[in-house]
Design a protein around this ligand. Structure first.
Ligand code: IDP
Ligand code: MG
Length: 147
């Protein structure tokens, strides 16, 4: 299984507070290559599908409302050990527990409105990337596709 890319979302709260630029700067400064990127708004069906693993949890309905509340940025990020490296860069799900200097420590408003999504495994990175991007929309740092 590939381990050289991950998938991210800049969530509605961080977009609404105009943090897209700062977050993308942190991502690229940390050595990630942006292989693909889109600005869009999720509909309810898409949000429920994307977060289906959390269906039934107490925060699920609120999470769907939040994730469909405004535009988001979705992107595929290329780096060696991307999934693990990106989880380090974003920090803990709960900003109160996130390490200093992480994206969530800097930009999360709450455990729900926590600025960004990052894939939790290579398998999910592949699924999430494929949900939003076709192969012809993806470009490796070396200028080739697909990854
Ligand atoms: P992750 O985004 O760090 O992988 P997950 O456990 O996969 O965290 O949860 C998915 C998303 O659901 C979180 O990023 C956050 O937006 C929301 N969430 C998770 N736990 C809670 C909670 O306890 N209360 C409210 N929202 C939560
Ligand atoms: Mg998760």
């Amino acid at each position: 299984m590939t381990n050289n890319f991950t998938f991210t979302i800049i969530k509605p709260g961080a977009v609404a507070h105009e943090h897209i630029g700062e977050i993308l700067t942190m991502i690229t400064r940390a050595g990630f290559w942006i292989s693909a990127m889109k600005y869009l708004k999720l509909n309810e069906e898409q949000a429920r599908y994307f977060y289906s693993i959390h269906q039934g949890k107490p925060f699920f309905e609120d999470l769907i409302r939040f994730m469909t509340s405004g535009p988001i940025v979705v992107a595929i990020l290329e780096k060696e050990d991307a999934v693990e490296e990106y989880r380090k860069l974003i920090g803990n799900t709960d900003p109160a527990k996130a390490e200093p200097g992480t994206i969530r420590k800097l930009f999360a408003e709450s455990i729900q409105r926590n600025a960004v999504h990052g894939s939790d495994s290579n398998e999910n990175a592949v699924k999430e990337a494929n949900f939003f991007f076709s192969l012809s929309e993806r470009f490796t740092k070396a200028g080739k596709f697909p990854i």
